[in-house]
Design a protein around this ligand. Structure first.
Ligand SMILES: [Fe+2]
Length: 404
C-alpha cells in the first residue's frame, strides 16, 4: 500500500546504527517487494530475525484442485463445511478448507474458535474478509482489530496470527490468497499512489497496525506456506525461530498490513444498471475483488435494477453472499455464506422472476463479495463437499434428475 506510515522507535537515517539504552544494536530488516524496486518497510528487531533452530514439514490440508468438467455453474453452501462441535479446535490458518483456485488465486473458508499458530504466506498477499465474529490479528508490524465486514490485507511474508474473540462467536472468514500482491484497484490511484477523488474509498478508510508487537519466548514455531513440487504447487514448512519474531521496536515504510471495512465503501450508482467494475475494491494478478453493498439502485423511469444476463467472456465469477437479500438470486436457495460460481462459457443472470420483480425497487439491501478470475477456476475439496448439486437447473426449473 503506497502511503507512508511509521510506528515505534526508528533512527533518523535509514541503514544507520540504531541501539537500545544499553548500547546494543538493533537488527534492521528490509521487507521489500519486487526485488527492492517496489513498496517496502524497514523493521528494527531486538534479535537476529534469521535465527532458526529447527525446520520441519507442515502437512497442509487437501490442496488438490480438479477442473470444472463438464462445465457447470455451482452453488456452494460453505457453512456445511464446519460442524459446531469442531469450531473450538479449528483455527483460522490450519483449519481453512480450500474451495476454489487456479494458478493465480485460491479461495478458502473457515469457521474458527481457536488461536492460530504464527504464520506467514510466502506465495502471495492474503485478503481475508471477516463475515462474522471478531479477532485480533497480531502481526510483526503490530496488531490489527478484525471486525465483521473487514477486509484484512496481509502482505506476502508478513508473520502474523489470528486470535478470535470468543465473546463475539466463532470467527467466520472468507480468505482470498493471491499468488501476487493484492492492492486497491490501480485505476483508483494517482500516478504517485494517492487515492483519487473518484475512488469509492480513500486512505482514511484504511487502518494500519497499532504499536509494534512484544512477543516473549524462544524456540517459537512459525508456519510457512510456500511454493512446492506437488500437484498443487503448494507446500508447508515450520520454522522454529530462536527468538520470538515479534521483537520489533519500530518500523516505517509503505508496506504493512491493514484493514478496510466494507461499510466504508461508497457505492457508485446511476440511472441505469452500473457494471461490476464500479464495485471494485482490490486487484491482484489475473483477478479482481469487488463488493456489492446496500445502495440506492437505478433511477431511470424504465430501469431494470437487477443485472442483465451476461456472458463474462474472459472470467470466472465467484460471489460470496455475506448478508441481506441478494435480489438477483432470489428463488435459487442461496443463503448466508453461500457461494456461487458462474464460469466463463455459461451465460448467467437473475433467477426467473427476479428480473421483473426488481422493476420499481429503489434500494437493494445486499452485501456480497465477488472475485473475478481471468483464468478458469478449479474445484477443491471444499467445493466438492458443499455443492448443492442443482444450481445449474435453477434458471430452467428442470434438469436431468427432475421430470419435465
Ligand atoms: Fe455475474
Amino acid at each position: 500500500m503506497a502511503y507512508y506510515q511509521r510506528r515505534g522507535d526508528i533512527p533518523p537515517k535509514r541503514h544507520t546504527q540504531h541501539r537500545d539504552t544499553e548500547g546494543k544494536l538493533y537488527y534492521e530488516e528490509l521487507m521489500g517487494e519486487e526485488g527492492f524496486v517496489s513498496d517496502s518497510a524497514l523493521l528494527y528487531h531486538r534479535e537476529i530475525p534469521s535465527a532458526v533452530v529447527d525446520i520441519r514439514r507442515w502437512v497442509l490440508p487437501d490442496q488438490e484442485m480438479i477442473p470444472n468438467e463438464p462445465l457447470r455453474p455451482l452453488h456452494l453452501r460453505l457453512p456445511e463445511l464446519f460442524k459446531a462441535g469442531d469450531v473450538d479446535t479449528t483455527d483460522a490458518v490450519t483449519g481453512r478448507r480450500l474451495v476454489l483456485g487456479n494458478d493465480d488465486v485460491r479461495i478458502s473458508y473457515v469457521v474458527a474458535g481457536d488461536e492460530s499458530p504464527l504464520y506467514r504466506n510466502a506465495i502471495g498477499d492474503e485478503c481475508v474478509y471477516v463475515e462474522s465474529g471478531a479477532a485480533t490479528v497480531e502481526t510483526v508490524f503490530g496488531a490489527l482489530d478484525a471486525r465483521p465486514g473487514d477486509y484484512v490485507v496481509l502482505p506476502r511474508a508478513t508473520t502474523h496470527r489470528w486470535l478470535p474473540d470468543g465473546s463475539r462467536g466463532p470467527l467466520k472468514a472468507y480468505i482470498v490468497e493471491g499468488n501476487s500482491h493484492i492492492t486497491p484497484a490501480r485505476r483508483y490511484l494517482s500516478r504517485f499512489g494517492q487515492m483519487l477523488e473518484q475512488a469509492p474509498f480513500c486512505e482514511r478508510d484504511l487502518h494500519g497496525p497499532g504499536d509494534p508487537p512484544h512477543g516473549e519466548g524462544t524456540d517459537v514455531e512459525v508456519y510457512i506456506k510456500h511454493r512446492g513440487a506437488g500437484a498443487s504447487g503448494i507446500a508447508g514448512s515450520v520454522h522454529v525461530s530462536l527468538h520470538h519474531p515479534f521483537d520489533v521496536v519500530g518500523w516505517d515504510g509503505c508496506l504493512y498490513p491493514y484493514t478496510f471495512n466494507i461499510s466504508d465503501f461508497e457505492p457508485i450508482t446511476g440511472r441505469v444498471h452500473q457494471p461490476p467494475p464500479v464495485h471494485q475494491v482490490f486487484e491482484g494478478n489475473n483477478f479482481v475483488i469487488c463488493n456489492f453493498v446496500p445502495r440506492k439502485v437505478d433511477y431511470h423511469p424504465l430501469s431494470i435494477p437487477v443485472p442483465y444476463y451476461h456472458s463474462n467472456v474472459d472470467s470466472d465469477e465467484v460471489m460470496f453472499y455475506c448478508r441481506g437479500n441478494y435480489e438477483a438470486r432470489k428463488g435459487s436457495g442461496i443463503g448466508q455464506a453461500s457461494v456461487t460460481l458462474h464460469p466463463g462459457g455459461h451465460v448467467h443472470g437473475p433467477q426467473p422472476g427476479a428480473y421483473e420483480r426488481s422493476i420499481g425497487l429503489d434500494f437493494f439491501d445486499e452485501l456480497a463479495v465477488m472475485v473475478d478470475t481471468f483464468r478458469p477456476l478449479r474445484l477443491a475439496e471444499g467445493a466438492r463437499a458443499s455443492d448443492d448439486g442443482r444450481y445449474a437447473w435453477t434458471w430452467s426449473g428442470r434438469g436431468p434428475s427432475t421430470s419435465a
